[in-house]
Write a protein that binds this ligand. Structure first.
Ligand SMILES: Nc1ncnc2c1ncn2[C@@H]1O[C@H](COP(=O)(O)OP(=O)(O)OP(=O)(O)O)[C@@H](O)[C@H]1O
Length: 466
């Protein structure tokens, strides 16, 4: 056995990431009449025209005709006509033309026969929802087509159609196989634990998966909880207990909500990580252990370090590699694959055959998802359950989703210069008395994202509180 705590190798994130360039894509986001089908993305590099029609399976091909390159997209839906619509490129935008289809086309929820298509627009072809993105950062290789139905992820939580997200997850697959401590960051419900389990599954480590909820570790008992104890070490210690760390020997120790670990417990944990051995409470002999540490938090550890609430030396130990999971609203093109995944894995009757009405689908696509994939899972469970094997209508969705003001369409613009961004942040923080969560909701960005912006602009939310 290689008796080490694998926590210290520091691999700079950007060294592992290839440079990205902005590329145009067409996404198949959601099949309302067959959501388990997931989604797909197609590169529009060099494409002058797109034709869309019904096919037996979802498929795309490219043809060259008279000096123009055409993407031929086939969608398996009875709501799509054989020759349904055409998009023709006009400089920076596209022109959508309905080809006299039976069920028509909508752009951002409005029925159209001809309409310009710009970055972020949602296009409904019958009941299938597509989205055009003019310039998404894409690393090399991302100009390939990706179809979630043809390429299942290597482990749970590792699927994304969004090029930058998929590239980050691809790097994580490589990291999973290396003895490197990894810190997973992201808002609540973004799938950090699911991803951590995926990393453990890919790691090839033969030992067990042991998850620790750090908020539940009490300062007085933390040594015994982490290191275990020997029989008779204290009142109530009726037998030897291995503790979390020794239980994870040869496997993975997942430290969930690491930002909630009390300060004294942080010192204890750091000592264990440094020494790569544990002495159970009441014991005398240290035991060497081989544990791969994964940690997760929805809090900004950098900020907690600045506030003196988290030890920076512990952070350095835990963050051999850092991975940020974006909130669902920043990867809405993945909604279809997430819905497909959730429907395939739930035991709600009828989930695998579930269908959504077009209006229900629009609501799901325009909702802000402040609680991310967890909220999506709850909404789907309720919707599919109430629909009782019928079509999930708006009336089957929880009130919070139906009543929230939302409009399908491009995301709100964010200011392009630092001065503009600073002015916007200051104005929002003044209005919302330094409440970063409120600002993040309004700007449609994660709290971590807002903290990064505030750092960049030299803005301190504490100046606006009180
Ligand atoms: N990629 C995914 N596919 C399907 N379901 C997912 C995915 N990611 C997360 N989920 C589901 O969403 C819910 C929240 O996921 P998870 O607990 O991993 O989030 P988290 O980021 O660890 O949340 P928290 O910070 O609150 O602990 C779980 O029910 C999980 O099964």
């Amino acid at each position: 056995m290689n008796e080490t705590f694998t926590t210290t190798e520091d691999v700079p994130e950007n060294e592992l990431r290839a440079p990205a360039r902005p590329l145009p894509f067409l996404f198949v986001v959601l099949h309302n009449d067959n959501p388990p089908l997931g989604g797909a993305r197609y590169s529009l590099v060099g494409i002058d025209e797109i034709t869309i029609g019904r096919g037996a399976t979802r498929a795309a091909s490219r043809v060259d005709e008279g000096g123009a390159r055409r993407l031929v997209l086939r969608l398996p839906s009875s709501t799509v006509s054989r020759a349904h619509a055409r998009l023709v490129r006009r400089k920076d935008e596209w022109l959508l033309e309905d080809l006299d289809s039976k069920n028509g086309c909508c752009v951002n929820g409005e029925r159209v026969t001809r309409a310009p298509i710009r970055d972020g627009d949602f296009i409904e072809i019958g009941s299938v929802v597509l989205r055009y993105r003019a310039a998404l950062p894409a690393p090399p290789g991302a100009d390939d087509d990706v179809d979630s139905a043809l390429r299942p992820p290597e482990a749970s939580g590792l699927a994304s159609l969004v090029p930058a997200v998929a590239a980050g997850l691809g790097t994580l697959v490589r990291i999973a196989r290396l003895p490197i401590s990894t810190l997973l960051l992201g808002e609540t419900g973004t799938g950090k634990e699911v991803l951590a389990r995926g990393i453990h599954a890919l790691s090839g480590r033969p030992g067990p998966w042991v998850a620790v909820h750090c908020g539940g570790l009490t300062s007085s008992l933390v040594e015994s909880q982490l290191f275990g104890h020997v029989k008779g070490a204290f009142t109530g210690a009726h037998r030897d207990e291995p503790g979390y760390i020794r239980s994870a020997d040869g496997g993975t120790l997942f430290l969930d909500e690491i930002g909630d670990l009390p300060l004294p417990a942080q010192a204890t944990l750091l000592r264990a990580l440094q020494e790569r051995e544990v002495v159970p409470v009441g014991g005398t002999r240290p035991t060497l252990v081989d544990v791969r540490v994964l940690a997760a938090t929805h809090k900004s550890l950098d900020l907690l370090c600045l506030q003196g609430e988290f030890r920076s030396d512990l952070l350095a130990r835990l963050a051999g590699y850092k991975h940020m999971l974006p909130p669902l609203r920043e990867r809405i093109e993945d909604l279809g694959i997430l819905i497909g995944d959730l429907l395939r894995h739930t035991n709600v009757p009828g989930a695998r055959e579930a269908r959504l009405s077009v209006t229900a689908g629009r609501r799901l696509l325009s909702h802000a998802w402040s609680l991310n994939i967890r909220e999506l899972k709850q909404v789907l469970t309720v919707g599919v359950g109430l629909a009782e094997r019928g079509v999930v209508e708006l009336s089957h969705l929880p009130e919070g989703v139906v009543k929230a003001p939302a409009k399908l369409g491009p995301e709100k613009d964010v200011p392009s210069s630092t001065e503009e961004l600073r002015a916007q942040l200051v104005s929002l923080l003044q209005t919302h008395r330094g409440n970063v969560t409120a600002v993040s909701r309004i700007l449609g960005k994660s709290r971590i994202h807002i903290h990064r912006w505030m750092e960049k602009c030299g803005v301190d939310p504490n100046d606006y509180r009180g």
